[in-house]
Design a protein around this ligand. Structure first.
Ligand code: SF4
Length: 1017
């Protein structure tokens, strides 16, 4: 027995007699608990658990149901337990037992979205005469798959469709029949390749149970009780399978669901299944099948439920369904609404708000951003990336475009095809090699003068290529050596091992580890998901080669609805999730953002009507298994009446999705939208959903722009890495503006003149004139940077600009990786987690030079960990280790992490920054300890402020630990604050002048910086 005390509603369901029953369970109303208790109650009354069956949608839900049933029923000495399956799993188990009667082969494999796309393309290309316009192949592929799905979900063949076709088919009918034939070829190809889709499993199982009475009777006789979870998401074929087995028999079938949460109609779910359950599953005693409600919400705070109930009023109601009621202990909750000028402003505000609430203790994983459209995800992701917030995007298509994954993919493509120039260029121009445009143009020129040989060939003839810079030549040679080595190793390796090899050999993990914490987590999650995709993959046919995998990935990139079909990734890392509203079903978060709520975006406008009169993809209503729910459309007097009915159906579906999205929030629901983005020519207006939230009592308005003004210019793409190029040290637009009146400059810089230079110059002048000046100002209020970047600013403002504002690619920092290892080792020691042996730090990693400092350590350099072990710090216990902090100052904030704080016997706190390099007394570094001390004295670390404070740099890169300590007093703090304020003011507005010094030798941007070059040469 559990300690569960049911509500009145729950008790009525748990104790309901063993006859068919429908349960209308509103969002968050404890549905799983109730159904578990209903099943467990039957067992506790003496029922045999093996005669009960629970069916739900996903493997995850099935696992949860299984675990909760075990807990509710308790350990049974006979080991008998309730059988739990997914809908598809139930069909599979039938096929595994009786599949020999139909065309089921146990060896068959399930296809995923990438396979589907790949096979659909193959089928379309292979058809002799399709009657389809194959010029837009991608569109035809989508249509073929949609037709195949519709035919499967309605158990149709081509003959069924042709049978109802008019004698003189119009264009719509011709296309419908052509698509149906293509879908049949697709089904045949699947069978030939020994592949099936989920829909095929159901269809074959229906063939079995409808074709063989003895099989359905045998199956029904096994169970007294059947529970159908999330029944509103079943499609007509699934319903046919269930009714063929269980309807009209003695089995007590309980269907649990919520018509208001039917959001998968576009992929076949039929609301009619739930609405007509009482007719589909009549009671054997002749009484009407009843419906009981669950309406007490245990998830969300009151204001969230107020909005959910408001949405519900717009939806058609089932008799028994009730508005959601808050649990007694529910808080008031937070509902914030905002309407911003632009998508950039909106996304930046969301990132800032997440950051603020994270600072108050909410883990990153407590936030989710639910987007109605996939196309709105990138703006959000860019803002999170800019704010260095760890996040994960659940869409596979989106995953492939994320920089770290795109880099890996480029390497795989290059290993598959050395002539893949887009991949080659991505890798060359990326952070690892940073080959400039000038060197690439030299290679391109060599190619054009060498009978059109490609860049890969040019790479083999670097000695013949004229004009390469020494740096460029060295980088290309380094790339060539890596490439040759990887190609040799990749021979005969399976795809997952090839991927692992690339990750290992090129130091991807080390680079990820060397990134600041938030980006590091994001990158790790994304690389991990891509690796998992490669591990799960198996080819449609033939060998699992790299080429086959790349074809699959191409198809996946092309599968626009792939992310909708995929349940949100089960991400355990502490990251913000950015997903579509459809994939959020069944999940919940303390804080949920619903962005981009503009008119026509959410609820969306109807793009195509599900109208058989005008759309070849819409099956005639008479052919649909759920035709009863289309009676109103079918009986419409005119085409325009039918459209009105279909429009209303579409709007209902959108409001149901809104209901699902809103009810994902436990405490804070934040709904926003924007007037301007680059896709529109006139400003958008708030969506009815946002307007509704705006008027809910208890909602707070965080921004509401009534006059959006003129369309803002696009924000510069900060996180798209600019290509480092000696020709354009600032940026392309500036260079163009600067040079447009000085054609001689082009000649001086060896740019090849083309024949029609005048005409092109004119075009260029026009284009430059049209370049928009970004109007999005960086807000002083929201400026945020890291302590590391402040040190860079103190060293050289120009370097800071290229790190923080322009974000030019930086050299892979081997010293940073080695330093990270050392710090990690010390951190573990300070946390008492592990006592590690010799550090893996190797001074040779950095070629004998501490890149971060520019120090040349000399020959007597020791392993820093050994030096640490001998120091006083090893013997002492740090009071705090690796403490992150955010220092709020007048103009913004500074993030950082303090290595350790030691507390001495006299109460003094000593802030220590460990350096793995040798001592270097550089004034610019002082800001690091200044920021740390300010954070401590402002109470940002522990809430308490020590009476005495000391700051220390401890260097472990020499033969013995060297310490540089300073006692902190009031004057020191005042000066430190003024210094940090001055630096922040410069960081926001400049000037970003170069400040050359001997350290320029190790600056990542030396090749871009004439001032730096003149210092070191
Ligand atoms: S090379 Fe020197 S002057 Fe130029 S950006 Fe780097 S540090 Fe500044």
């Amino acid at each position: 027995m559990t300690g569960f005390t049911p509500t009145r509603e729950q008790r009525a369901i748990i104790e309901y007699p063993p006859v068919p029953l429908r349960v209308v369970a509103g969002a968050g109303t404890g549905k799983t608990t109730t159904i578990v208790e209903r099943l467990a109650a039957g067992v506790r009354r003496g029922g045999d658990p093996t005669r009960a069956l629970g069916i739900t949608f996903t493997n995850k839900a099935a696992d949860e149901l299984r675990i909760r049933l075990r807990a509710a029923i308790g350990d049974r000495s006979d080991g008998r337990e309730v059988e739990v399956a997914t809908y598809h799993g139930f069909a599979t188990s039938i096929l595994e037992e009786f599949g020999a009667f139909v065309r089921y082969r146990p060896t068959t494999s399930l296809m995923d979205e990438g396979h589907r796309s790949e096979l659909a393309y193959r089928v379309l290309r292979g058809l002799d005469s399709t009657g389809l316009d194959l010029a837009a192949l991608s569109k035809r592929k989508e249509e073929l798959l949609a037709m195949a799905d519709a035919m499967t979900a309605n158990l149709l063949t081509v003959d069924d469709i042709e049978r109802v076709a008019p004698n003189d088919p119009d264009e719509v009918w011709q296309k419908r029949i052509a698509l149906a034939h293509a879908a049949e070829s697709y089904a045949a190809a699947k069978y030939q390749l020994d592949f099936l889709e989920f829909g095929d499993l159901i269809r074959l199982a229906v063939d079995l149970v409808e074709g063989f009475d003895e099989i359905s009777s045998q199956l029904a006789a096994r169970y007294d009780t059947v529970l159908l979870d999330e029944y509103q998401d079943t499609d007509p074929a699934q319903r046919r399978l269930l009714t063929a087995v269980f309807s009209g028999r003695e089995t007590a079938v309980t269907a649990v669901g919520d018509a208001d949460q039917t959001i998968y109609e576009w992929r076949g779910a039929s609301l009619e299944n739930f609405i007509d359950f009482p007719q589909h599953f009549p009671r054997p005693d002749g009484l009407a099948t009843e419906t009981l409600p669950l309406s007490i919400n245990r998830r969300s705070d009151r204001v969230v439920l107020d909005l959910a109930n408001e949405i519900q009023t717009l939806l058609p109601r089932l008799e028994a369904s009730k508005p959601l009621t808050a649990n007694d202990d529910a808080a008031d909750g937070v509902l914030e609404v905002g309407w911003f000028t632009s998508d950039l402003e909106e996304a930046a505000w969301i990132a800032e708000t997440i950051e603020e609430r994270h600072r108050t203790g909410q883990p990153w994983s407590g936030f989710a951003v639910l987007c109605r459209k996939r196309s709105t995800i990138p703006a959000i992701v860019r803002a999170l990336r800019r704010a260095e917030i760890p996040h994960a995007v659940s869409s596979m298509g989106e995953l492939l475009t994320i920089p770290e994954v795109a880099d890996l993919l480029a390497w795989l493509r290059l290993l598959g095809d050395p002539g893949d120039e887009p991949s080659l260029l991505r890798i060359w121009m990326g952070g690892m090699y940073r080959v400039g445009m000038r060197d690439i143009s030299c290679l391109a020129r060599w190619c054009s003068h060498s009978q059109g040989r490609d860049l890969a060939v040019a790479l083999e003839h670097l000695d013949e290529v004229e004009g390469l810079t020494p740096d460029g030549q060295e980088r290309l040679e380094r790339f060539r050596s890596h490439h040759v080595d990887l190609r040799a190793r990749a021979q005969m390796l399976p795809v997952p091992r090839t991927l692992s090899m690339v990750i290992d050999q090129l130091g991807f993990w080390d680079e990820v580890a060397a990134q600041p914490s938030p980006q590091s987590v994001t990158a790790r999650v994304n690389i991990g998901r891509f690796a998992s995709l490669a591990h799960r993959w198996r080819p449609l046919d033939g060998k699992p080669t790299l080429a086959a995998f790349l074809r699959y990935v191409d198809a996946l990139e092309d599968a626009t609805s792939a992310e909708e079909l995929e349940a949100a990734a089960d991400i355990s890392d502490d990251v913000v999730q950015v997903i579509t509203a459809h994939t959020a079903k069944g999940l919940e978060w303390p804080v949920v953002f619903l962005p981009c709520l503009a008119k026509g975006t959410f609820p969306t406008r109807v793009r195509t009507y599900d109208d058989p009169g005008t759309s070849a993809l819409s099956l005639p209503y008479s052919l649909r298994l759920d035709r009863a729910s289309y009676v109103d459309a079918d009986s419409a007097a005119t085409a325009s009446d039918r459209r009105a009915v279909l429009k209303s159906r579409h709007e209902d579906a959108e409001w149901r999705l809104a209901y699902v999205a809103v009810t994902r929030a436990k405490h804070d629901l934040i709904m926003t939208g924007h007037a301007w983005d680059q896709d529109v020519g006139k400003p958008r207006s708030p969506s009815p959903l946002l307007e509704m939230a705006h008027t809910v009592a208890g909602s707070t308005t965080v921004a509401w722009v009534s006059e959006p003004g003129p369309k803002p210019a696009p924000m510069p793409e900060e996180d798209i890495l600019d290509i480092p190029d000696p020709l354009f040290p600032n940026d392309w637009a500036t260079a163009l503006r600067d040079r447009i009146d000085d054609p001689q400059w082009i000649i001086d810089h060896h740019i090849e003149l083309v024949d029609d230079v005048e005409r092109r110059s004119e075009q260029l002048v026009m284009q430059v004139g049209n370049l928009q000046v970004p109007t999005v100002e960086r807000s002083m209020d929201t400026f945020s940077t890291s302590v590391t970047n402040l040190v860079a600013l103190a060293e050289c403002p120009l370097k800071f600009k290229w790190i923080h504002h322009d974000r030019l690619p930086r050299r892979p920092r081997i010293s940073a990786i080695a330093g990270t290892r050392f710090h990690r080792q010390v951190e573990l020691h300070n946390l008492g987690i592990a006592s590690l042996g010799t550090s893996t730090f190797d001074p040779n990693d950095v070629g004998g030079v501490d890149e971060a400092t520019g120090d040349t350590p000399g020959t007597d350099r020791r392993n820093p960990w050994e030096v640490f072990e001998e120091s006083r710090f090893h013997a002492s216990q740090a009071r705090f280790a690796e403490v992150p902090f955010v220092l709020s100052i007048e103009q913004g904030s500074v993030r950082g992490k303090i290595d350790a704080i030691y507390e001495h016997d006299d109460g003094t706190w000593e802030i220590v920054d460990y350096k793995s390099g040798v001592r270097r007394d550089a004034e610019a570094r002082d800001v690091q300890l200044e920021a740390y001390a300010l954070a401590v004295t402002d109470g940002a670390i522990a809430g308490t402020v020590p009476e005495r404070l000391q700051v220390t740099f401890a260097y472990f890169g020499g033969t013995a630990c060297e310490e540089v300590s300073t006692d902190v007093d009031g004057t020191w703090i005042t000066e430190a604050r003024s210094h940090v304020d001055d630096l922040i003011a410069t960081a926001v507005t400049g000037p970003f002048d170069p400040r050359p010094s001997p350290s320029c030798r190790w600056c990542d941007f030396l090749h871009l910086c004439p001032a730096g070059r003149s210092t070191v040469t």
